[in-house]
Design a protein. Structure first.
Length: 563
């Protein structure tokens, strides 16, 4: 057993849409639909679609807290028991946090793959296909449709029995989590990296015992899912600290406020768990410059770690070219590096070269993703504007996105296209983006969340919020109403009239909305507004169009590229 769990016990305890127009709509990519390989998954996707899906409907109040209102982990354990307790067959790193979980998991997965390990990684949500949530092997990438289909066929009888015995209470996330654990076992992974879905203590992934846990990681603590996690930052921290297990090291990312970090450290003290902080005074990280490679930006960074507390860690890397942009991604890279060094202390073979290569290899769709000119042309843009996709949807991620825009594209006209779920921090999100590099155009639309509209924030309500925040910040703005323009001469004339204020002596922020679901027509509209406005004289730098507010918005764009 210890041959597959190296030194694991060392730390043992002690162009726009016309108003009213519509078009046929299929299942959203993020709901698990899609063509191509996923055509083999029809029965599986239909089966999963019948299960309760909180990503689509929203999480009940208190469901993520370690209380009587919290999710019942018992049913997850009973399901796994029917499947042979596959989650006990390999060591794992368990990652929780408000933001940064997916990036940290991707960084760490690639670090271990660079070293030659057979790695299983489980994360959520997905962008184009549900298969993205599971990757297995030395090279990563979504699990194949054939593998997922065969796995479902093998497990279906046990899942059916569990659903019946639990009176239909098993959820979409619980079943898919169990399938991922089963696949990792069947593929004999050397190591699993598991991202929590919601909170930590009562998340379906929190069935990993300390005997299988190599380390836990808590990236950040923020206000997302506030009601579901107890109503305060403190209750969120308590929920996420629930993944810390007896005697197993915990890596904390941050930065955290003093009271939040103390909650995490108190839990670690109670469980006799060594703590490694990615914000330790011995950690130095800096972005040296932004470079461009094949029309895609990267940040060149230095990362130096010399930590001498519970677990002594040391490493120094210079000129690491991160494809994931922003100070927040550099912090995620540091957190992943601390985790890798912690695993090295536990006996895993991980070289500095593998850490560097894994960090540099990592890229994630929808996280500060700049599309190439060819990709933009597929979406109907003529190259006059650069297209940026970012799934930011919290106050903190809005600030991070604003910083990326300011750093990578400090000049030129800027348009934001935004659609959000109805349970996000809309005021704070708008305030952050308007406090940074001020946009020239903001177009609000409606995002389909997990294939449905139950959680979509109405575009008109978003527009009112943005107009109010702009007024509060003293920004001169113009409400251009509902976007109902096409590419006819009359439509372009209408856009030109709306954009004329952008060319005035006193620039005006244009704010409009589209009541139809987000489509690429809205990106054409933003491009035309920028061209007819700031770019009319040909002297302005190329414009930047940023699609943000939800990973579901990003999914809509990327899905078009796949068609």
């Amino acid at each position: 057993m210890l041959a597959r769990f190296p030194a694991l016990l060392r730390w043992s305890p002690g162009l726009l849409l016309r108003a009213g127009s519509s078009r046929p709509r299929g299942v959203s990519a993020m709901a698990g639909g899609g063509g191509g390989e996923d055509g083999q998954l029809g029965e599986f996707l239909e089966y999963m679609d019948r299960l309760r899906n909180y990503e689509r409907s929203g999480v009940p109040r208190g469901a993520g807290t370690d209380s009587d209102d919290g999710f019942d982990l018992g049913r997850m354990r009973r399901l796994l028991r029917r499947l042979g307790d596959p989650h006990t067959h390999y060591p794992a790193v368990h990652i929780a946090g408000t933001k940064g979980k997916g990036s940290t998991a991707a960084f760490l997965s690639n670090i271990m793959r660079e070293q030659g390990y057979n790695v299983g990684c489980y994360s959520s949500p997905h962008l184009l296909t549900i298969r993205e949530r599971i990757s297995v092997g030395e090279h990563g990438g979504p699990v194949s449709a054939a593998s997922l289909r065969d796995l479902f066929v093998q497990a279906k009888e046990a899942i059916d029995e569990s659903i019946e015995s639990e009176d239909g209470a098993l959820t979409h996330f619980e079943v898919f989590t169990a399938l991922s654990f089963l696949l990792f076992s069947q593929e004999s992974v050397d190591f699993a990296i598991v991202e929590a879905g919601l909170g930590g203590a009562r998340d379906a992934t929190n069935v990993i015992r300390n005997s299988e846990l190599a380390a836990s990681v808590i990236t950040t603590i923020g206000k997302e899912h506030l009601a579901a996690l107890g109503g305060s930052l403190q209750s969120i921290a308590v929920a996420k600290s629930g993944i810390i297990k007896e005697g197993r090291p915990v890596i904390i990312g941050g930065p955290f406020s003093t009271d939040i970090e103390q909650i995490l450290r108190d839990r670690a003290f109670l469980t006799q768990s060594p703590v490694v902080s990615a914000c330790d005074p011995g950690v130095r990280s800096i972005t040296r410059c932004i470079g461009w490679d094949y029309a895609k930006p990267y940040q060149s960074c230095d990362i130096a770690l010399k930590i001498s507390n519970d677990m002594p860690l040391s490493m120094e890397l210079h000129d690491v070219k991160l494809q994931l942009l922003g100070d927040h991604q550099l912090q995620n890279a540091v957190t992943a590096s601390c985790t890798a060094l912690c695993l090295r202390q536990l006996g895993w073979d991980l070289s500095d070269a593998s850490i560097r290569a894994g960090l540099e290899r990592t890229q994630l769709p929808g996280r500060s993703q700049f599309l190439t000119r060819d990709e933009a042309s597929v979406l109907g843009l003529d190259g006059a504007s650069t297209l940026l996709l970012d799934g930011a949807h919290t106050e903190a991620s809005a600030k991070a996105l604003s910083d990326v825009i300011r750093t990578v594209k400090p000049e030129g006209p800027l348009a934001l296209i935004i659609g959000m779920a109805d349970d996000k921090e809309h005021l704070a999100f708008a305030a952050q983006l308007l406090s940074g590099r001020r946009p020239d155009v903001v177009l609000l639309t409606e995002a389909r969340i997990a294939g449905g509209t139950a959680r979509s924030m109405p575009a008109s309500a978003l527009k009112d919020i943005w107009l109010g925040v702009a007024h509060d910040q003293g920004i001169e703005c113009a409400d251009i109403g509902s976007i109902t323009v096409d590419e006819s001469p009359d439509g372009i004339s209408h856009l030109a009239a709306a954009a004329s204020s952008l060319r005035s002596d006193k620039p005006t922020l244009l704010i409009g909305c589209a009541h139809a679901p987000f489509s690429r027509d809205l990106m054409k509209a933003a491009s035309l507004l920028l061209q007819q406005g700031l770019g009319a004289d040909g002297g302005a730098p190329p414009g930047l169009i940023c699609v943000t507010g939800s990973l579901h918005m990003v999914s809509s764009v990327l899905q078009r590229l796949e068609q």
